[in-house]
Design a protein around this ligand. Structure first.
Ligand code: F0G
Length: 458
């Protein structure tokens, strides 16, 4: 199997330690079978998220020292603004401390409780920010994107017919914006094709609906387009990125992913009027528009990371690294979402734990088992994250996809680490019938998975 070849060498290391199984058992019980509540030092390989967990480059560390910590007009803001404009073509840039703050500011300004926001699949914080305002988050991904088994090059695409149906059902006045998540995180990190971005733009344009990209993993999406669409194979990544953004009116970005920083985000826009409108809320919630909840040094490393991620040797390695773990699992017959996504491998827990109904949170049960088995922390993207109870009947609705996400931090783990992860999952798969389900003991009103408490079922 092809080993991912790192286009960097290691200059600084952080020790890792694996604690005993007994200690892990005690910890997970105290944590209410919720891996978010386990101290990171008690985790051996942390695949909870690829967000804010990247290793910065030497250039970024050097950039930290160039922070201009002036309250207003720091030079790092202008560096960031120029970089974002060069990459996206959008001149108006508002920094935020992370992606969800950008969502909050944008949605609080554009939505009311009757609003409906179509996306391919909303990420959890995006959905929660919309629902918190009483509005509706509508997923319109292509049917292939809801089937873990089907091989399709662009399973993150939005179904244009579903979008058109939403427009005719709700009317344009109730749809303040349409967005596309690139890559589609909650649907397996699957890319959206250039043709789909263009087609969704055309529909939005016809109906005068603003169109946004939730672009946390924009570079990975662009590289997938290059690899999977013959038409684009000779086009450079910066050109592909520029074309993707050219179809939208604006974007919000969690810079904790592809921009390879530990904290940061931004909104970027074509429209000066909207920029001015958003500034007011930004000042109230985040800070003055030239720092937006970040230090000058954070803005500087973000600007550097945004350029670094466009390097094609890096992107080739990045996608190969994720595919390496995916292929080790596929070879062992383990059901994962196919094809392998850009930032993570997603195990299909419905199939892995076919003896457990969704009411027993199979993906969470597998996540817990993986921590117990090998000190590996993954994250559930399934019933614990997305199931909801009908207000009237009290009946539970379960999501189509029941996944365990193994998110790979950027430039952090080696192929040996990933082999260790694959071996642990293979061992669990061989003993999968012994996995026990879980039940909810405490059910927070939104973003339940972060704080929920569960118990083991016998
Ligand atoms: N949009 C997408 C597509 C995301 O994946 C995330 C975060 C956000 C928005 C929110 O950004 O975390 O900076 O506030 N995803 C992380 C994850 C948390 O683990 O996938 P944030």
């Amino acid at each position: 199997m092809k080993l991912p070849l790192e286009p960097f060498r290691i200059k600084m290391v952080e020790p890792l330690k694996i604690i005993s199984r007994e200690e892990r058992e005690a910890l997970i019980k105290t944590a209410g079978y919720n891996v978010f509540k386990i101290p990171a030092e008690k985790v051996f390989i942390d695949l909870l998220t690829d967000s804010g967990t990247s290793a910065m480059s030497d250039a970024q560390w050097a950039g930290l020292m160039q922070g201009d910590e002036s309250y207003a007009g720091c030079r790092n803001y202008y560096n960031l603004q120029e970089t974002v404009e060069e990459i996206t073509g959008y001149p108006y840039v508002l920094p935020t401390h992370q992606g969800r703050a950008a969502e909050n500011i944008l949605f609080s300004t554009l939505l009311d409780k009757n609003s409906v926001v179509p996306s391919n699949i909303h990420f959890d914080t995006t959905r929660a920010n919309i629902e918190y305002l009483g509005a509706t988050a509508l997923d319109c991904v292509v049917d292939e994107g809801l089937d873990a088994e089907i091989e399709h090059p662009f399973k993150g695409n939005m179904d244009p017919l579903k979008l058109k149906a939403a427009i005719s059902t709700y009317g344009t006045e109730r749809i303040p914006l349409v967005c596309l998540t690139i890559t589609n995180n909650s649907g397996g990190g699957q890319p959206v094709s250039m043709d789909n971005i263009r087609e969704i733009k055309e529909i939005c344009h016809t109906h005068s609906i603003p169109f946004f990209l939730d672009a946390a993993r924009f570079a990975e999406n662009a590289y997938f387009i290059k690899l999977r669409n013959e038409k684009y194979k000779d086009i450079s990544v910066p050109q592909l990125v520029r074309e993707m953004f050219s179809y939208a009116d604006g974007c919000w970005v969690s810079a904790k992913k592809d921009a390879m920083v530990n904290i940061g985000g931004f909104i970027a826009l074509q429209d000066k009027m909207l920029f001015e409108k958003l500034q007011n809320l930004l000042i109230l919630r985040e800070g003055f528009p030239t720092y937006g909840g970040l230090a000058g040094r954070d803005l500087q490393v973000m600007a550097i990371g945004l350029k670094e991620v466009l390097n094609e040797d890096y992107l080739a390695y990045r996608l190969e690294q994720v595919a390496f773990l995916g292929n080790l699992l596929l070879e062992a017959g383990i059901p994962i979402v196919k094809p392998v996504g850009g930032h993570a491998v997603y195990i299909n827990a419905k199939k892995f734990c076919s003896h457990l109904p969704q009411s027993q949170f199979p993906a969470q049960a597998l996540t817990v088992a993986l921590y117990l088995e090998a000190g590996i922390r993954a994250v559930e993207i399934g019933s614990l994250m997305f199931a909801y109870r009908d207000n009237g009947s009290g009946k539970w609705h379960y999501p189509e996809l029941e996944l365990v996400r193994l998110a790979i931090p950027r430039r952090v783990y080696t192929a040996s680490h990933l082999k260790y992860v694959a071996d642990a999952i293979i061992t669990l798969y061989q003993n999968r019938n012994q996995l026990k389900g879980l039940k909810l003991v405490n059910d927070p009103p939104f973003l339940r998975h972060f704080t929920a408490v569960l118990e083991k079922l016998d």
